[in-house]
Design a binder for this molecule. Structure first.
Ligand code: ADP
Length: 225
């Protein structure tokens, strides 16, 4: 893998407001962060603190009202949806709670589809990746029929498949036992050793402690790093 001299991910002064009737929610109020190649950053904070909004803005799935995101030196913010989608497909692996699996496709097909979208071949055979994540036995099952915990790991396989420069994952170790969590950490460790940058939103103390850095959000601001 080529050595990258610049940071993998930068967020500059992100703001995100939601309006509903008279109510205005300030979901993000000036969040800046920088993740270097090989680094894993855990984002923690109470429910409603802005973690999901931050992840969506970092992924370019949501547009911040202020500030911008740079991925591998390329600005992601304030581009057309198709441009953002193209950058996303090449550079970012995303695992969200809302799910990133097509229910009608098998787990294996979901991963294969992601590789086609990214225009790349998998560094690791799909079946090996699924085995490592503990869902190899579900490779042939339709995604709509597997359990929540299996779907989380299959979703992580989709996010990891193209070995993206940036991995953004919401609770990647949710609903797994301690042994599976250790396996997932091995996969993330190898990713870091290969220069991949990772941001995880998590409630897991094990995962947060394992990360290189913890960013704590409260009321849309970073309160502790
Ligand atoms: P977390 O992921 O930390 O639980 P969120 O990013 O989901 O926090 O939410 C941050 C704040 O923004 C919360 O007050 C939430 O109610 C509000 N919010 C999030 N999404 C929307 C939306 N689509 N419309 C209105 N308010 C929203």
């Amino acid at each position: 893998m080529a050595l990258m001299s610049r940071s993998s991910l930068e967020a500059h002064d992100l703001y995100r407001f939601y309006h509903a009737e008279e109510e205005e929610t300030l979901a993000l109020r000036g969040v800046s962060l920088r993740v270097e190649p090989g680094e894993t950053v855990a984002v923690v904070g109470p429910s409603g603190s802005g973690k999901s909004t931050l992840l969506a803005c970092l992924a370019g799935l949501d547009e911040p009202d202020g500030g911008y995101v740079v991925i591998n030196g390329v600005r992601l913010t304030r581009r057309s949806e198709s441009e953002r989608a193209a950058i996303r497909a090449r550079k970012i692996g995303i695992m969200l709670q809302s799910g990133n699996l097509f229910a009608q496709l098998t787990v294996h097909e979901n991963v294969a589809l992601q590789l086609r979208l990214a225009g790349t071949a998998s560094a690791t055979p799909i079946r090996s990746l699924l085995d490592e994540l503990g869902v190899g036995h579900r490779a042939g099952a339709r995604a709509g029929t597997i359990s929540g915990g299996e779907a989380a790991r299959a979703g992580l396989a989709v996010a990891l498949a193209a070995d993206p420069a940036v991995l953004l994952a919401d609770e990647p170790t949710g609903e797994v036992d301690a042994e599976t969590e250790r396996r997932l950490l091995d996969v993330l460790r190898r990713r870091g050793a290969n220069g991949g940058a990772t941001v995880v939103v998590t409630h897991s103390d094990v995962l947060a402690r394992w990360a290189d850095r913890i960013i704590r959000l409260q009321d849309g601001r970073i309160v502790d790093e």
